[in-house]
Design a protein around this ligand. Structure first.
Ligand code: NAD
Length: 365
């Protein structure tokens, strides 16, 4: 039976990347029924000023799976980021960013194979902020003073960091389940429990409780600053990391840097019964419509989607084809060549054509 998947082309470079990826996914032989849905600034006028139409959300809820291209967040007042909107409205609480080196990619590291799981609803990122100088900020500072907590400077803006048992438990339960399904061996909980006892301390306490319920997967923990150093010195010692929102944002970019940068970094966002697959990078508007940018991060996101759908054989074949293409070094976009103006660089659609040829001729897994 065909998999019904919501396809959101997005804007900027999104449409050309999702088109290249859709063609490659179809060439794996897995049957898809693509439910193409709009989102982004370009479609606002047709949807009463809403960049994230209700019909698009309904499609994702109905199908449970979406492949999404990047979407621009215009700078300025009154525009809610579609990416944040999707995360909040679908309660996508776990972001997964695998970071793996493929032979032939220009990077300082070999044999990196990490999975970053980032909690995406809580923490200092929750958006609870009080602007410096407003009556609310002053009232909060006065309230804190009345409760024995002195803010170092009175002219402070304040952000609040909520961390709950519920939010922490569900992301660790997700991570252990993901580890088991994907054959991973170890989970490292990342935190600053030594400093923030009631938030990161709670995070670590709950992480240990969930780990005790999942003794088949190895578990340890690291303080976030030490984690950064360890990843730069010996990334091969780590397998999966689970992080609160802010550290997850920062450390997943660090990990993308280990494996060759944004063009190689896929991603997925999971909620209860719903998953949205998209690359880590944005919509790079200056390259839109030029058939120039690298589709590999979008295609690797498609490969993660195949695994989520249980299509392990097709996922293995697609990953092998991508790996082969990179190792050969011929049909690659400008960003993967030794210099950015390399005349042998090919376009986005040529990468798709080369991969389809490999899939059809059956490169070895
Ligand atoms: P970006 O990732 O779009 O681009 C930064 C630079 O990275 C580009 O100029 C380009 O040089 C390079 N790049 C990115 N993707 C590439 C690819 N596939 N191949 C080759 N080079 C690539 O980041 P930005 O410029 O900060 O953001 C642009 C827009 O994207 C913003 O509106 C931002 O809000 C949005 N954004 C969307 C998402 C998403 O949809 N999930 C994620 C991040 C940013």
């Amino acid at each position: 039976m065909a998999h019904r998947v919501t396809l959101i082309p997005g804007d900027g470079i999104g449409p050309e990347l999702t088109e290249a990826t859709r063609r490659v996914l179809d060439a794996t032989g897995v049957e898809f029924e693509w439910d193409v849905q709009p989102a982004g600034a370009d479609v606002m006028d047709e949807h009463g000023g809403n960049p994230l139409p209700e019909t698009t959300l309904e499609s994702i809820r109905r199908n449970g799976v979406a492949l999404k291209g990047p979407i621009t967040t215009p700078i300025g007042e009154g525009f809610r980021s579609v990416n944040v909107g999707l995360r909040v409205l679908l309660d996508l609480y776990a972001q997964v960013r695998p970071c793996k080196t493929y032979q032939g990619v220009r990077t300082r590291y070999e044999d990196v194979d990490l999975v970053i799981v980032r909690e995406t609803t809580e923490d200092i990122y929750a958006g609870i902020e009080f602007e410096q100088g407003t009556p609310d900020a002053e009232e909060l500072i006065a309230w804190l003073a009345a409760h024995g907590e002195r803010v170092p400077q009175q002219d402070s803006g304040i952000s609040i960091k909520p961390t709950s048992i519920t939010g922490t438990r569900r992301v660790f339960e997700f991570a252990f389940d993901y580890a088991r399904r994907m054959g991973r061996r170890k989970i490292t909980a990342v935190h600053k429990a030594n400093i923030m006892k009631f938030t990161d301390g709670l995070w670590l306490h709950v992480a240990r409780a969930v780990a005790a319920e999942n003794p088949d997967i190895e578990f340890d923990d690291r303080i976030a600053d030490n984690m950064c150093m360890q990843l730069v010195q010996r990334p091969e010692e780590y397998d999966m990391m689970v992080l609160p929102n802010l550290y997850g944002d920062i450390i997943s970019d660090l990990a993308a840097g280990l494996i060759g940068g944004l063009g190689m970094a896929p991603g997925a966002n999971f909620g209860r019964g719903v998953a949205v697959f998209e690359p880590t990078h944005g919509s790079a508007p200056k390259y839109a419509g030029q058939n120039k940018v690298n589709p590999i991060a979008q295609m690797l996101s498609g490969m993660l989607m195949l695994r989520h759908l249980g299509e392990m054989d097709a996922a293995d074949r697609l990953e092998a084809a991508i790996s082969h293409l990179i190792r050969e070094g011929k049909s690659l976009t400008y960003d993967m060549k030794p210099t950015r103006d390399d005349p042998t660089a090919v376009g986005t659609s040529d990468v798709a054509d080369a991969l389809i040829e490999k899939l059809q001729s059956g490169v070895a897994v």
